[in-house]
Design a protein around this ligand. Structure first.
Ligand code: PMP
Length: 365
């Protein structure tokens, strides 16, 4: 078996012990004579799996009792419309929602919400090519916003809010955490709603996690479909329809793996070491590699960078793949390269990348 170091942005690398356990249990989960993919979602075995997954996630994140944990589908993209459908207009007595735009994903969220309700752009760093977070003075937040939406880690531009983000607003914060949920501890109670697709830092594609404070459910207009209504989904324990059972099972194993590692403080230390090794490599290359993001806002999970000589891109990619380093091509809208170094990427993988990059710069610089 030859596994590569996989730096894909998502779907992405999963922890090897989790994949091994999945393999071992694939045909017969705990003596039931069937695999998880083959089980009824309403049976005793799967009920135990989803309940344990929720309990472990709550323990890892310290989710307060007045928040619902929903295991949904449709990806973060579905949430771009589900959030306004539940929290805007009818639900907000005509009040608008404020959107903070710091990269492609928060911009997409804003665009989608604009189709469904009254929405304002409360800050944007697009004029600076999304290379930083807004300064405090740049926020134009309305006093009566229904909610304030932000993307706390922009996967393409590599811009990340600090874990203790504070915005000058009393409105509930609604955060897209798709690409860094579970990468570090943070205070869930500072947010009204947190969401993310699983396929980056949590588990397989097909599962979308939503953590929503009780008072933000039950506000959707009557015509909002049940499958789009947080209150209905919560009342049905995420089983209004068949949930993504296999993805929930694998995510549950990832939660256990994180607990055994020592929880979110432990993984945050490892993630900080990985990120600082990679940024140090970029910064000491005397301009051979460049990351355009202001150092204080650099993402610990997604590290985009460009080669000063773009003519070397093809050889960088070919040679890195030959060295067992996979998935480094940047997003098409950004170009260059991107290394996604999620929880499941060990320090050894980042060290292998750094060694390759140093060597490539020496040979081609
Ligand atoms: N938000 C962020 C921050 C993302 O990185 C992505 C996917 N790359 C999305 C939203 C869209 O997610 P999905 O494909 O799960 O709908």
């Amino acid at each position: 078996m030859a596994r590569v170091w996989n730096f894909s942005a998502g779907p992405a690398v999963l922890p090897e012990p989790v994949l091994e356990q999945v393999r071992d249990e694939l045909l017969d989960w705990h003596g039931t004579g069937m695999g998880v993919m083959e089980m009824s979602h309403r049976g005793k075995a799967f009920t135990g799996i989803i309940e344990a997954a929720e309990a472990d996630l709550r323990a890892l994140l310290g989710v307060p009792a007045n928040y619902r944990v929903l295991f949904l589908q449709g990806g973060a993209t579905q949430q771009f419309s589900q959030i306004p459908l539940n929290l805007l207009d009818g639900a907000s007595d005509g009040r608008a929602a404020d959107y903070v735009v710091t990269g492609t994903w928060s911009k997409k969220a804003l665009t989608e919400a604009q189709r469904l309700g009254r929405v304002r752009c409360a800050a944007s760093t697009e004029a600076d090519a999304f290379s930083r977070l807004p300064e405090a003075a740049e926020y134009d937040l309305s006093a009566d916003a229904a909610y304030v939406h932000l993307c706390t880690n922009e996967t393409i531009h590599g811009v990340e809010f600090p874990a203790d983000v504070v915005l000058p607003t009393a409105a509930p914060l609604v955060a897209d955490m798709s690409s860094h949920l579970l990468s570090r501890p943070f205070d869930v109670s500072r947010f009204g709603l947190i969401y993310g697709g699983a396929q980056k830092n949590i588990g397989p594609a097909g599962l979308t996690l939503v953590l929503v404070r009780d008072d933000l459910t039950g506000r959707a207009a009557p015509q909002v479909p049940g499958l789009q209504n947080y209150a209905v989904e919560a009342a049905n324990g995420s089983m209004l329809n068949t949930p993504p059972t296999f993805a929930i099972y694998v995510a549950g194993l990832v939660f256990r793996w994180l607990q055994e590692l020592g929880g979110l403080s432990a993984i945050a230390r490892i993630n900080a070491d990985k990120a600082s090794a990679l940024y140090a490599c970029i910064d000491r290359s005397a301009g051979f590699y460049r990351n355009p993001v202001q150092p204080a806002c650099r993402s610990q999970m997604n590290v985009p960078f460009r080669l000063a000589d773009e003519n070397l891109n093809a050889s960088f990619l070919a040679e890195s793949e030959a060295a067992g380093l996979f998935g480094l091509k940047g997003h098409k809208s950004f170009g260059g390269m991107r290394a996604s170094i999620y929880n499941a990427m060990p320090l050894a993988g980042v060290s292998a990348l750094v060694e390759f990059m140093d060597d490539f710069a020496r040979r081609r610089g």
